[in-house]
Design a protein around this ligand. Structure first.
Ligand SMILES: Cc1ncc(COP(=O)(O)O)c(C=O)c1O
Length: 405
């Protein structure tokens, strides 16, 4: 059967879990007379900060905005350098360029997809020795929801005087496992951390993000810069007795605030976050149990210290007569939506042109990209769908398995 022709039965790659409570919360805001940033966004910030154990949280309209504001608050400016991974989404590096600074890439660890601490140390030593412009900050990306090796990243930050801005777009809610950060949430270890509430993320506000920090100075800068550099909140301006029409602009800021409509969704989603995580974990366990016996697939180890935003299978090309793209096409024909995380930035036209990168400059990122398929993982995925996805992956793998010669 070609299930793809049957739109009704197509299993999407991602699907948000939105229930009646979210609907009611949004309707309440719609009827309240105040739609944009106000008391609900403020409540979301307070509750989110409390959840992750951060002193301050700033609600924003995306994680991209959060990363931009974090770098700005960290004082990154034209001519500076920021180290990160090429194995990430556009946002992580583009925000560096927004400020006129340049990304310096260090490749990933093969197994996790996270930045390799060894390569990061090597790059930092060599780069800072060789170049005039020093690397000022690091953006570790917790790929798929698995926290990076924060101990080593912090060691590098101490040694090379870097600020740490965690790209936690995938990593909510997940605590770090071992060592000195035990019990702390990914995103709260560095100087600043940024979460995404984009429609496919572990909790969603449609579009949205949150920046967290323990630094009052950074928080205050972020608060001003997220709304045009204005020195007071809009809500005060229009709705409180103390509010007035007067405001001052202290810097050329941005328009990155979160609406109360989005925050209303966020508050309900936050309440469900742990429950959502349990469901993602159960799906991850099922996939791992099903796939671990097949040598044509590489799968992640099960870990409770993982937000399981993505479940990435990697095909072993030496075992199969089809490649990753062919595998994806066959899954699509069977009505299963997939994605690829990530097409590494160093093979994108802009970065190739600006920095002269070649595919094999970051071989682990390139290899991982070539073999990876992200398959559906979300709380609303039914048992039947989960079984069908697993069976289909195995069926394709067996059908195209290279016979021993
Ligand atoms: C690693 C990473 N960082 C940042 C972002 C940006 O998130 P947003 O869409 O909320 O701006 C994404 C989005 O998918 C991402 O995957």
């Amino acid at each position: 059967m070609n299930r793809n022709t049957d739109r009704e039965n197509f299993i999407p790659f991602a699907r948000p879990s939105i229930g009646e409570e979210e609907e009611e919360a949004v309707i309440k805001v719609l009827r309240s007379g105040w739609l944009t940033t106000g008391k609900i966004a403020e409540k979301f910030e307070t509750e989110f900060a409390g959840f992750v154990g951060s002193k301050y949280a700033a609600a924003l309209n995306s994680a991209t905005a959060g990363l931009h504001l974090a770098l700005e608050a960290a004082g990154i400016k034209r001519g500076d350098r920021v180290i990160t991974t090429p194995f990430t989404f556009a946002s992580t590096a583009e925000v560096i360029r927004y400020l006129g600074a340049d990304p310096v890439f260090a490749d990933i660890e093969e197994e996790t997809g996270n930045i390799s601490p060894d390569l990061m140390f090597k790059t930092l030593s060599e780069y800072n020795e060789r170049e005039k412009a020093k690397i000022k900050a690091v953006i570790p990306v917790h790929f798929a929801g698995l926290p990076c090796s924060m101990e080593e990243i912090e060691d590098a930050a101490d040694k090379f005087e870097l600020q740490i801005i965690e790209d936690s777009a995938h990593a909510f809610p997940v605590k770090l496992a071992e060592g000195r950060y035990k019990g702390r949430y990914a995103g709260t270890v560095g100087d600043m951390g940024v979460y995404s509430f984009y429609a496919t993320k572990t909790i969603t506000t449609g579009e949205g993000g949150m920046l967290v920090t323990d630094s009052k100075t950074c928080y205050e800068r972020v608060k001003v810069m997220r709304l045009h550099g204005i020195d007071r909140d809009v809500f005060d301006r229009y709705n409180s007795i103390e509010g007035s029409w007067k405001y001052d602009i202290t810097a050329p800021g941005f328009k990155y605030n979160m609406t109360d409509l989005a925050a209303a969704l966020g508050l309900v989603q936050l309440k469900n976050a742990v429950n959502f995580l349990e469901k993602r974990r159960a799906i991850a366990r099922y996939y791992i149990e099903t796939f671990s016996q097949y040598d044509f697939l590489k799968i992640p180890d099960y870990s409770p210290e993982h937000a399981w935003h993505l479940f990435v299978i990697r095909i072993a090309p030496e075992k199969l007569t089809i490649g990753r793209d062919g595998f994806i096409e066959l899954l699509k024909e069977e009505g299963i939506g997939t994605s690829v995380h990530f097409i590494p930035l160093h093979i994108m036209t802009y970065y190739k042109k600006r920095y002269g990168f070649k595919e094999n400059d970051f071989p682990e990122s390139f290899k991982r990209y070539r073999n990876s398929i992200s398959i559906p993982i979300y709380p609303g995925l039914s048992d039947d769908s989960l079984q069908l996805i697993s069976e289909t992956v195995v069926k394709i793998g067996k059908k195209y398995y290279k016979k021993a010669t």
